[in-house]
Design a binder for this molecule. Structure first.
Ligand code: AMP
Ligand code: MG
Length: 324
């Protein structure tokens, strides 16, 4: 009996060691450095799979690649979309409705004016912003089956694509333990082989070499939107990449960052952008009305808030729990 136990323990130790081996690879796609760590000594297959998904999604969604599905739809005003792109557009439009338009896949007429996806972003003329807002308000997106038509606007999946890509890769990996990191987005897959939770740091918007806190989680999408992630400066003024669809100008409110935790990567990405646009009070109201996600808010003044579902798994020097 004892002997069997010893053999069993030794086996456990061996498999334990094997699962501790991990492989990390970096990719460049969607304008960001993406890193994938898989708990396998030989993860060539998984890396190829991730690279294929990223290449495929870039070929569908990039606004800057002329041959992408979205760029062709934007240029022609209508197109027959692939099943996957049509399904993504349908979900993104649903998330736009849910967030009262705070996050929309159909703002390219506006976002392209600011040029955050271009080499040289800059402040557009006020009348161009007015014209873009009027054109977006008068127009819209129609989607019937896979047939999409645009009126007065164009598509930009910038606020959705990374969360969606992470979700697609996670689905393909099944429960193979892995962590995927895409500029501000983290997707954990499966359970950590040593049985402990995944640890995901939330960056301090004022000093990105530090974390304001750390989340301990199982499989989840953890998506952060913040002005610090992308911006340009002109005449001493900082212009961030998240735009308020009401004003046409970069968001300027009491939030420094919003982190969404959810099982749904696409939702987490859309909501991180949307709640950032809403500002703290409206974002908390939104969380109270909805389900399916939790959030960490870092305010401009440095205060940190976490919704009650994260109270037990968030480690932070000082934070306030937001209750339902
Ligand atoms: P994220 O980093 O997920 O918050 O998304 C920001 C990116 O989405 C920007 O770089 C723009 O391309 C685009 N974007 C900016 N503001 C919005 C908005 N209010 N709704 C949807 N997309 C936006
Ligand atoms: Mg987003």
């Amino acid at each position: 009996m004892k002997k069997w136990l010893t053999v069993f323990c030794a086996l456990l130790l061996l498999t334990g060691c094997a699962r501790e081996e991990k492989t990390t690879q970096e990719f460049f796609a969607m304008d960001t450095v993406i890193s994938l760590t898989v708990w396998e000594s030989d993860a060539a297959e998984e890396m190829r799979l991730a690279a294929d998904i990223l290449r495929d999604l870039e070929g569908r969604l990039s606004v800057t690649r002329e041959d992408s599905e979205v760029a062709q739809l934007n240029a022609a005003g209508e197109a027959e979309l692939s099943d996957e792109t049509a399904a993504l557009l349908a979900r993104a439009l649903e998330l736009e409705r849910q967030t009262g338009g705070a996050c929309s896949p159909a703002l390219y007429t506006l976002t392209s004016l600011w040029g955050f996806t271009a080499e040289e972003p800059g402040v557009p003329a006020a009348e161009d912003i007015e014209a873009a807002l009027a054109s977006i308000a008068a127009g819209g997106v129609s989607l019937e089956g896979n047939r999409a038509a645009l009126e007065g606007t164009a598509l930009d999946f910038g606020a959705f694509a990374k969360g969606y890509a992470a979700q697609r890769i996670a689905e393909e990996l099944g429960d193979m333990p892995a962590v995927l990191s895409l500029g501000g987005n983290v997707q954990t897959v499966g359970q950590k082989p040593d049985g402990t939770p995944w640890q995901i740091g939330i960056k301090d918007p004022r000093d990105q070499t530090r974390n304001v806190g750390v989340l301990s989680l199982g499989e989840a999408a953890v998506v952060t939107s913040g002005g610090y992630q992308r911006y340009f400066e002109e005449d001493g003024v900082r212009y961030i990449h998240i735009l308020d669809p009401q004003t046409g100008y970069p968001v300027d409110n009491d939030l420094a960052s919003v982190t969404i935790v959810s099982a749904d990567g696409l939702l987490a990405d859309a909501y991180s952008t949307a709640l950032y646009v809403m500002g703290f009070d409206a974002a908390v109201d939104f969380w109270r009305e909805q389900s399916g996600f939790e959030a960490v808010f870092v305010l401009e003044d440095g205060a940190v808030f976490a919704t009650e579902g994260l109270a037990e798994c968030f480690e932070c020097n000082k934070f306030t729990v937001v209750n339902r």
